[in-house]
Write a protein that binds this ligand. Sequence first.
Ligand code: TYD
Ligand code: MG
Length: 455
Amino acid sequence: MAKAKTQFICQNCGTVHTRWAGKCDGCGGWNTIVEEDPMGGIGSGPGKVPKKGRPVTLTSLSGEIEEAPRIPTGMDELDRATGGGFVRGSAVLIGGDPGIGKSTLLMQAAAALSRKGHRVIYVSGEEAVAQVRLRAQRLHAAETDVLLAAETNVEDILATISEGKRPDLVIIDSIQTLWSDTADSAPGTVTQVRTGVQAMIRFAKQTGATMVLVGHVTKDGQIAGPRVVEHMVDAVLYFEGDRGHHYRILRTVKNRFGPTDEIGVFEMSDKGLREVANPSELFLGERNAKAPGAAVFAGMEGTRPVLVEVQALVAQTALGTPRRAVVGWDSSRLAMILAVLEAHCGVRLGQHDVYLNVAGGYRISEPAADMAIASALVSSLAGLALPADCVYFGEVSLSGAVRPVAHTAQRLKEAEKLGFSSAVLPAASPELPKGAMGRWSEIESLPDLVARIAG
Ligand code: TYD
Ligand code: MG
């Protein structure tokens, strides 16, 4: 008899190794590799008779298919992140740290859809039905017709959700609790999670129901993370936030039916998640404009402008190697800005610790924040507060030149709406609106900016 082939699969990123190793080459995680049987018993049994398909031309389809049919939840922030609502027949993965609020968000979405007459089934593998109901009560969702089931076996779940009228939306909370009779590995392993998710996706495609899959981000590699199924689903959303803050951000990282750069912003309260229509007001809420080292960045998230404060602290150190600590921004990007300040602007930071923080637990991913960061750093070093009514944006290149960024007009409009009256932005910015904001200073290079701030 042929020896059963097993594989060694990283539970964090899904990389397949031929032998066990302590460290995964794919993601660098330690102790994340587990031996699994990839076929898991599938494939034995009599051969299947192949079915002949019929390819169709693209033109014959024109007029037939307009837009992907969607079910909007009516929760604007959630609909924005999904691109206008859940697409029928699609599978959506919602990942996030344990305890961040995934179950809360989905219970609220389920209740909202149920109130609109949709049939929603919430399958919980983590909590008993009574516990789920308790949460629903707290969210004022208990009086809705959301159907609850506490199951973890894939075959049982399929039997449960296939019964009765076809559901519009099925929520599986979570994929890590799924286990199938057809896969031999232990529950929570990559093989089990993939087999379970595959079955759920097949159900969605066959019935036209939307499948929402919850996945916990795992750090220790004991159970498979959501990344191992990202390639299988139609859309991937991550629910992020800082435990110390109430804001939660739903970020789209993959979407076959919509944009990927949108975010939905929520605030966690004792009655569940509250939508935040204007995130800038929230992020600027705790602002202390008179302190040196703070600059307001006029950023963009997808189609929406977001203003947020960046805070820098530059302090003299006696240590041989000064510290650089960043929260909410890319640390290699900070290293670059520091290098440009040293090389082209004569700003000496070799004897200084540098701490950088983005207010409110928010994360900036745009290079357009370079100018705001540089301004905050120089302001802290010089001990001079920046003007309170000014916003900053622009990308800095290694040569010290400042480059224009997209959406100038929108950034300025949002800043004006929130009471700012001036802006520091790249020279030759396109689409500079006439008379939108009173004053703006066009900056050509980083040395220009430093001279402006430090006088
Ligand atoms: P939960 O949705 O269970 O997180 P996840 O499913 O991502 O693991 O949310 C857990 C946290 O949210 C928990 O610490 C309590 C808090 N919470 C509130 O603050 N208000 C609420 O109304 C609810 C339901 C939860
Ligand atoms: Mg949960």
